[in-house]
Design a protein. Structure first.
Lengths: 248, 72, 355
C-alpha cells in the first residue's frame, strides 16, 4: 500500500549531505512538496547558489542552474526572460543574498522580476566554517567574531525582508521559521503562496526562512531550535511583510 | 494500521522527531549504528503511534514515512 | 537584395546580433559602447526580443549565464573596466560550457583609464582574465563590414563550441561610421541544445548547468574535455589576413584599428621603395601561429604594432620562436600611432635613414 505521508516526488532519493538537524533538509522537502502540490515539477527551473546548498540541483528532480555567489537572482532573471511561462526560483543563504548578492536581490525585486526566492537565514556562513554573516545577531559568537559580534565595529544585522518589502516590485514577502512542526506547516503555506504569486505574474516574491546551523552554532539540533526561537525570532519577527491579502 | 516507519539508513540521529512526537514514543537507538555512523531514531512503542505525521514534518532527511504497518 | 547602409560601428554590432537570431541582451552602460545598448533598447522589443539594462556588469553577465543556460542566443556588451567586472561570470560560463557572445569595445586602462580607443585588453581576452584553465575565442574586426560578419560568426562559434566568444573591437571602430552591406538573411548554425534548462515538461530527465566539481577526478575530466575542445578550435578556426608578405623586407603584425593604420603605412613605404607585408590576425585566439611561423622562414624581421604597451608581440615571438628578431611599436593612453611614426620605426629597424 502507498504510504500516506512520504518524500515528495520532486525530491531525489539519495541522502542529502547536510549535517544532522540542519534546516536545509526540511526546506528542500517543503519546496519539493509545494512544487508537487502545484503540479509544477515539469515546469520549474531552480537556481542553486553558493554555500552549503551549492549542489542542491542534485536533490531536486526538475531542471536547475548553479549560480556564482550572490548572483542567483541575476541568473534567474536570465532564465525567466527566456522562459516567462516557466516557474523560476532561487534558493539562497544569508551570505549569498544579504552580503555578496545584495545588489542582485534588490534589483531583481525592484524590477518586479517574476521569480520566487527562498532565503535561508541561519545567521552564519555554514560552508566556510561559521563566519559572521550579514544576519549574525549582535553579540553572537562566530569564527570571525570570536568575542561576539561587536556592533560598533562590525555593524548590525540586516533585516532583508523589511528592506525588500519597501520595493514596489516585491509583491509578496514573508518571514517564517523551520524550528518546529507548527512553524514548518506555516512556512509551507507561505512558500506555496509565494509560488502562486509568481504563477499569477504579479511580481517578485520571497520567503525568508529562519533556519538552524547546529554544527557551526556549536549546539545539538534540539538546542539549536531552542536558540533560534529564543534569539532569532526576537530580532527577526515572523509574519507577512507584504502581500498578505493577495488572492492567488 | 497506519504508523510512522523510520528508515534508519537515512537517519542522522538529530532527534528533531523526538521533540515533535506528541506520544513520546521516539528515541535514539544507542545500540545501533547505520552506514553513515549515526545512531538512528526508533519507535519505542509502535502500537501507540497515532500516525499524526509530525515526525515526518520535522525530519530534515525524509527518513520517516507514515504508512500501513507491516509495509516496511 | 543586400542592403548597403552607412552606420556607426556600435550599431552595426547591435544590428548584426539581431540578424544572427539573438533575442536576449543584458548590459550596463559604459563609454564607448553605449550605442549598442541604445540601439537594442528599441530594436529588441521591435523583433519580440528582450532588452534588459542590468544593475551592473556582474549582474548582466550572470543574466547571460541564466539565459544561455536556458537555451537562448544571448549577447552582452561592455568596455574594458566593465569587461573586468564580467570576468567572474565568464569563468563560470567556461566551466559550465554554455555559449555566450561578449563584445568589448576597448578603451584604455589601467583602472578607469580613459575613453579613447585601445587594444590593451589583449592579454585579458587571450590569456585568461578570469580564474581557471579556460579560453575565449577572441575575434578582432577592423572595419564595419567585419563588425557585422564577425558578430554573426561569433554566435555560431559560441553555439558550436559551447563557450564564450569575445569580439575585440575598440573605441574608434565602435564610434566611426562606415558603410556595411547586410545580407538578406542569415543561416545560423543549428546547435543541439538538448542540455539546456527549459523545464523537463515531464518528458525527459532533468538538466542542470553547473561549474562545480568537488571530485578532483571529475574536474580533471572537465578540464581535459575543455582542452581537447580548444585543440580542435586551434586546428579549425584560425582566421587571418596576409597581405604582401611574399618578398617583404619586414612583416608587420597588427589587428583591428592598428592594422588599418599599417595598411596606409604600407603604401607610404612602397612609395619609398620599402616592401612591407602585413599579417593581420582576425582570431586573436586561436592565434595564427602557423602563418606567422611560416612568415618567419621567409622574412628577415617582424614588427608588432599595437594600441598598447606590447601584448600580442609576446604571441608573435612565441610563433617566431627566436628565429628572427621581433620588434614592437605601440602607443598607450588612447593615442593612435600616426602613419609617419610607424614608417619611421620601420625605417629605423631596417637601417634606412631619412632621405
Amino acid at each position: 500500500m502507498m504510504p500516506v505521508m512520504q518524500s515528495p516526488r520532486s525530491l531525489e532519493k539519495p541522502t542529502m549531505h547536510y549535517c544532522p538537524g540542519c534546516s536545509h533538509g526540511i526546506a528542500h522537502r517543503v519546496v519539493a512538496e509545494v512544487i508537487d502540490e502545484l503540479g509544477l515539477e515539469g515546469n520549474t527551473i531552480g537556481v542553486s547558489s553558493v554555500g552549503c546548498s551549492y549542489n542542491n540541483y542534485l536533490y531536486f528532480t526538475f531542471d536547475m542552474q548553479q549560480a556564482a555567489h550572490g548572483r542567483a537572482p541575476a541568473v534567474a532573471t536570465g532564465i525567466k526572460r527566456v522562459h516567462p511561462e516557466r516557474t523560476v526560483f532561487t534558493y539562497q543563504g544569508d551570505g549569498d543574498l544579504a552580503a555578496i548578492g545584495t545588489a542582485e536581490i534588490i534589483h531583481a525585486a525592484a524590477r518586479g522580476e517574476k521569480i520566487t526566492t527562498i532565503f535561508i537565514n541561519n545567521t552564519t556562513y555554514g560552508m566556510t566554517s561559521g563566519q559572521m554573516a550579514p544576519t549574525t545577531l549582535a553579540g553572537q559568537v562566530t569564527t570571525t567574531s570570536p568575542a561576539g559580534r561587536n556592533t560598533s565595529t562590525q555593524g548590525y544585522p540586516i533585516r532583508m525582508s523589511e528592506v525588500l518589502a519597501q520595493l514596489e516590485g516585491a509583491v509578496f514577502i514573508e518571514r517564517v521559521s523551520m524550528h518546529d512542526v507548527n512553524h514548518i506547516i506555516q512556512a509551507k503555506r507561505a512558500i506555496k503562496k509565494a509560488f502562486r504569486v509568481q504563477m499569477a505574474g504579479l511580481g517578485f516574491s520571497m520567503v525568508e526562512v529562519l533556519s538552524t546551523c547546529p554544527t557551526n552554532w556549536g549546539l545539538t539540533p534540539i538546542k539549536a531550535v531552542g536558540w533560534l526561537e529564543k534569539n532569532m525570532m526576537e530580532y527577526y519577527k515572523l509574519g507577512n511583510l507584504k502581500g498578505k491579502d493577495l488572492e492567488v | 494500521m497506519l504508523r510512522a516507519v523510520i528508515y534508519s539508513e537515512r537517519c542522522k540521529g538529530c532527534g528533531l522527531c523526538i521533540a515533535a512526537c506528541p506520544k513520546k514514543i521516539i528515541a535514539i537507538n544507542k545500540s545501533e549504528f547505520n552506514q553513515m555512523g549515526y545512531n538512528p531514531s526508533m519507535l519505542t512503542d509502535p502500537g501507540k503511534c497515532i500516525a499524526c505525521g509530525r515526525c515526518v514534518i520535522a525530519c530534515p532527511d525524509t527518513a520517516i514515512e507514515i504508512k500501513e504497518a507491516g509495509d516496511a | 537584395m543586400p542592403e548597403k547602409v552607412l552606420m556607426k560601428g556600435n550599431e552595426v554590432i547591435a544590428e548584426a546580433a539581431i540578424r544572427a537570431g539573438c533575442r536576449h541582451y543584458f548590459g550596463y552602460p559604459i563609454t564607448p559602447q553605449s550605442e549598442i545598448a541604445n540601439y537594442l533598447a528599441w530594436r529588441m522589443p521591435a523583433v519580440g526580443g528582450v532588452f534588459l539594462q542590468a544593475e551592473s556588469e556582474i549582474a548582466a553577465i550572470n543574466m547571460v549565464y541564466g539565459a544561455s543556460g536556458a537555451g537562448a542566443r544571448v549577447l552582452t556588451t561592455s568596455s574594458s573596466p566593465g569587461i573586468s567586472l564580467k570576468q567572474e561570470g565568464i569563468s563560470y560560463i567556461a566551466g559550465a560550457e554554455i555559449p555566450a557572445v561578449i563584445v568589448n569595445v576597448m578603451r584604455c586602462g589601467p583602472g578607469l583609464g580613459g575613453i579613447m580607443p585601445a587594444q590593451s585588453d589583449y592579454f585579458q581576452a587571450v590569456k585568461g582574465g578570469g580564474h581557471g584553465d579556460y579560453r575565449n575565442i577572441a575575434l578582432a574586426p577592423y572595419n564595419a563590414q567585419e563588425l557585422y560578419e564577425l558578430t554573426v560568426k561569433a554566435f555560431d562559434l559560441a553555439d558550436k563550441y559551447r563557450m564564450t566568444v569575445m569580439i575585440m573591437a575598440d573605441g574608434a571602430l565602435g564610434q566611426m561610421m562606415e558603410t556595411v552591406e547586410f545580407r538578406d538573411e542569415e543561416k545560423p548554425f543549428e546547435a543541439d541544445k538538448s542540455w539546456a534548462t527549459t523545464g523537463t515538461g515531464m518528458k525527459r530527465k532533468k538538466n542542470y548547468i553547473t561549474s562545480i566539481y568537488i571530485d578532483p577526478e571529475e574536474l580533471e575530466k572537465l578540464n581535459n574535455r575543455l582542452q581537447a575542445k580548444y585543440r580542435t578550435i586551434e586546428e579549425n578556426e584560425v582566421m587571418y589576413e596576409e597581405r604582401d608578405c611574399e618578398g617583404a623586407e619586414i612583416v608587420v603584425c597588427a589587428f583591428g584599428l592598428a592594422a588599418r593604420i599599417v595598411r596606409n603605412v604600407m603604401d607610404m613605404a612602397a612609395a619609398e621603395g620599402i616592401k612591407v607585408g602585413l599579417l593581420r590576425p582576425v582570431t586573436l585566439w586561436p592565434f595564427p601561429v602557423k602563418a606567422i611561423s611560416d612568415i618567419a622562414e621567409k622574412t628577415d624581421v617582424l614588427l608588432s604594432v599595437e594600441l598598447n604597451a606590447g601584448q600580442m608581440v609576446e604571441d608573435v615571438r612565441l610563433a617566431v620562436n627566436g628565429r628572427k628578431p621581433v620588434h614592437f611599436y605601440g602607443r598607450t593612453g588612447g593615442i593612435l600611432p600616426t602613419q609617419n611614426e610607424i614608417l619611421e620605426e620601420i625605417k629605423r629597424i631596417l637601417g634606412r635613414g631619412n632621405k
